[in-house]
Design a protein. Structure first.
Length: 519
């Protein structure tokens, strides 16, 4: 080694000092990813702390520190990956992969797992334990993705792989956010349309001010001028600041595992889609010159989810779309180090303070645009004649959202749909049974319907038959169309029969099509 070279991180004369990881683009990337991350933190606080009135000790003292612990680890990992790639390829312009809590998972984990369990049991800590177990198991699915993603991608149609992620993004992120935004139009509609403008306007509206920061500023200013936000909310948030250090919750994870079975039909399909998103993000980064190791990235994605769960977070982490955009802006890897600062602030309760300054409805603007961006990405990657795959996959997710909304409304009246009797809805011409059939196991049925439709569009009737037979198997154990697993549930026999008939019919078409092919 050259004794004159005092920098241990140098190669072929190229030195990597601390400043080399930063450029002006890192500031823009920081505000963009920060707005995305904080929007999800704001939703978690809004739903669990203010909406469901869960204990502050749980939300501020366990969940948020767990998110921070897993996310800080992820920031360090992806910063280091970019640093290593720069040394390996003798260049300084490597852009780190953006990373954080998964947007789709925040909403589905909240409204399909944590909140329903809490309302059924009245035990916030038990609901949290089920969420922890879901995140913990989901992390292992992500790790498995590092070994099975390519075979899955090779076997299953590209059109089907991410369609339910696009559907979930449109419904749970975009549509759900849209309703929240229009509940406070005075403060949130202007930021919304500013965000829409950024879909085509890729420069800063005002020089040296990132667009994401300007959108937050516009919404916050409107809120303070209109009296929606004020000093009273800030003072209350200040009173809740303190030191909230993360702890290990291994016992709580195992307690939650006892009740995780009904939610596997949500966890498994979503986590499959999650590791496929990571795979596509890595492939996208490679197209602009940053070739990260695919398997290592997917495994580390799962590890950060597991670490998050161990330290109290029920929400899985993931690599985000957007690397190519931050690459265009000139970002390197420094923005990942900058993100450690707001995550560290979560150990002191600063998230609540920030939520008091920036209204929840303004934050939802970023989640809406994230949902649209994900759906656009999936749509643009598909051949134009495969759009039906996304449309069909929307229906179970929409049914799931509607039933969740109905449950939430009736919950405030200490009632439920079943207390009125489904027969009354049938007599009134309301297809409430259809909503329940579609909503139970929605992510699994959405995924399988998209696979079946994609095979049909490809005229691959043999694989379409296989997909239909698999739907019959899933129905036979209550994985879809039922709220819990059981062997041959009486109410699902009709679905098992129908899917078997569909499979047989597809197999007949396969044989017929094969016989018509000239030799």
């Amino acid at each position: 080694m050259n004794k004159n070279n005092k920098n241990p991180c140098s190669l072929n004369g190229l030195k990597f000092g601390f400043a080399e990881h930063f450029s002006s683009g890192d500031i823009e990337a920081f505000f963009g990813v920060f707005a995305d991350v904080f929007s999800k933190i704001s939703v978690i606080i809004g739903v669990l702390l203010f909406g469901e009135k869960m204990p502050k000790e749980l939300v501020l003292g366990r969940i948020l520190p767990g998110i921070a612990a897993g996310s800080i680890l992820g920031c360090l990992i992806y910063f280091w990956e970019a640093h290593k790639l720069g040394i390996k390829e003798n260049r300084k312009d490597v852009t780190a992969l953006p990373f954080g809590v998964s947007s789709t998972h925040v909403f589905t984990w909240l409204f399909i797992i944590i909140v329903p369990v809490y309302r059924q049991t009245g035990d916030a800590y038990f609901a949290w334990q089920v969420g922890l177990a879901s995140c913990f198991c989901g992390g292992f699915v992500e790790i498995a993705g590092g070994f099975i993603a390519r075979p899955i991608k090779k076997f299953l149609p590209q059109a089907a792989l991410l369609s339910n992620m696009a559907a979930a993004s449109l419904i749970w992120l975009s549509f759900n956010s849209m309703t929240a935004i229009f509940s406070k139009p005075l403060i949130a509609v202007l930021p919304l349309f500013m965000a829409f403008l950024t879909l085509s306007w890729h420069k800063n509206f005002i020089r040296f001010i990132p667009n994401s920061a300007l959108i937050l500023l516009a919404g916050s200013l409107a809120a303070w001028l209109s009296g929606v936000s004020g000093a009273a909310q800030v003072q209350e948030a200040v009173n809740d600041t303190g030191l909230y250090l993360p702890s290990l919750y291994i016992k709580d994870i195992f307690l939650g595992l006892n009740r995780i079975t009904p939610y596997l039909s949500t966890i498994i399909p979503l986590q499959i889609a999650n590791f496929l998103v990571t795979m596509q993000a890595v492939e996208s980064a490679e197209t602009v010159g940053d070739a990260f190791n695919m398997r290592e990235t997917m495994i580390k994605d799962g590890i950060t989810s597991i670490v998050s769960a161990l330290f109290g977070s029920p929400f899985p982490t993931t690599v985000y779309y957007g690397h190519t955009g931050w690459k265009r802006s000139g970002a390197r890897s420094g923005y990942m180090l900058l993100l450690i600062l707001p995550y560290t602030a979560m150990f002191f309760g600063a998230s609540l303070l920030l939520s008091a300054v920036i209204p929840f409805e303004v934050i939802m603007v970023f989640l809406l645009t994230v949902g649209i961006t994900v759906a656009m990405k999936v749509q643009n990657d598909l051949p134009h004649d495969y759009s039906a795959v996304i449309y069909v996959s929307l229906f179970p997710i929409m049914a799931q959202y509607i039933t969740s909304l109905l449950d939430s409304v009736l919950h405030f009246f200490n009632s439920s749909i079943f207390s009125y009797g489904l027969e009354k809805f049938d007599a009134g011409g309301t297809a409430i049974r259809g909503l329940f059939y579609l909503s139970n196991g929605a992510f699994a049925s959405s995924f399988m319907y998209s696979v079946w439709i994609a095979y049909i569009l490809q005229k691959n009737y043999l694989r379409a038959a296989t997909a239909a037979f698999l739907l019959a198997v899933l129905s036979s154990v209550g994985f879809i169309h039922q709220p819990s697993l059981s062997w041959l549930p009486k109410d699902n026999i009709k679905f098992v029969s129908v899917y078997l008939l569909i499979g047989i019919f597809c197999f007949i078409l396969y044989k017929k099509n094969k016989s018509e092919i000239p030799l």
